[in-house]
Ligand binder design. Sequence first.
Ligand SMILES: [Ca+2]
Ligand SMILES: [Ca+2]
Ligand SMILES: [Ca+2]
Length: 316
Amino acid sequence: MTGDSNKTADASGSNSKSWSYDSLFKKLDFRNSGKINIEDIQKGSRNIGLPVDESEASVLVNLGDKDASGDVDREEFVQYMTKHEQQLKKAFDTLDTNHDGRIDLVEIRGGFEASGMSLAEGEASDLMSRVDSDGSNDISFAEWRKFLLFHPKDDIKSILAYWSHRPVLDMGDDLGIPEDFTENELKSGLWWRHLVAGGIAGAVSRTSTAPLDRIKVFLQVHGLKRFGGLKGCLSHMISEGGFRSLWRGNGVNILKIAPESAFKFMGYEQVKRMIRSGDNPGEVRVSERFIAGSCAGAFSQSLIYPLEVRSFYCFL
Ligand SMILES: [Ca+2]
Ligand SMILES: [Ca+2]
Ligand SMILES: [Ca+2]
């Protein structure tokens, strides 16, 4: 890993970004070991005032660590960040609808609307001020990149959700805020069709990722070393219970999808009604969605917990 290819590219000026990722790596690698792990990223990023939390750091290590050595060396880091930056540029260009290289308030509002997340009055300026570090009232790509530098997801919807602190609905996992239904949808019964469709989508996606889930739980309990890697773990599971055992526990998992989303939806609608701002009853603020979503998640998780524990033991 000499990095000569990068140096040549940098010297010619055609790849100046690698330089900055190079120096960024040096800052994160404060132990000077030539490689960084989750802890280094967390500490190092705090040192430079762009704190990264543990889950973001672990995604970076997982995605960046091409040779599966358990840490990210300089070359892997530069490669990962360069690719990440390309994705961020794509998202930036999507929002910059008039292609002047800057994102303004109108474009922020338009972008959120296009992703089905309308913003309440004043929210766009709030979001702008979070990213617009030079106060120019628009967002340059440099500002955008700095804001999302360590944010692991780079599709536009996840970025907007992260930006507005708004969790996205993720059928594959437990958290997420139920969809907002309008009064009309509630009256016409469209909402339950949404729930059924969501349940089916959840069942299909759970079934297709069930083996991975099972490996995850297995490794969490037994550790990676015992089986000498992922492959070893997989062959152990197959030799122990046959190929079908990879889907062990999936039935319970699917069973809990329907009650879980129903409880979550009920809880969400209730809490939302309780806290919805009096002056503008039709509009739900980001903070209100967040509180209602968290309460609904806690509510449905407590009710569904016995099934959750059952499926965990089925996995083993
Ligand atoms: Ca590595
Ligand atoms: Ca623009
Ligand atoms: Ca700016």
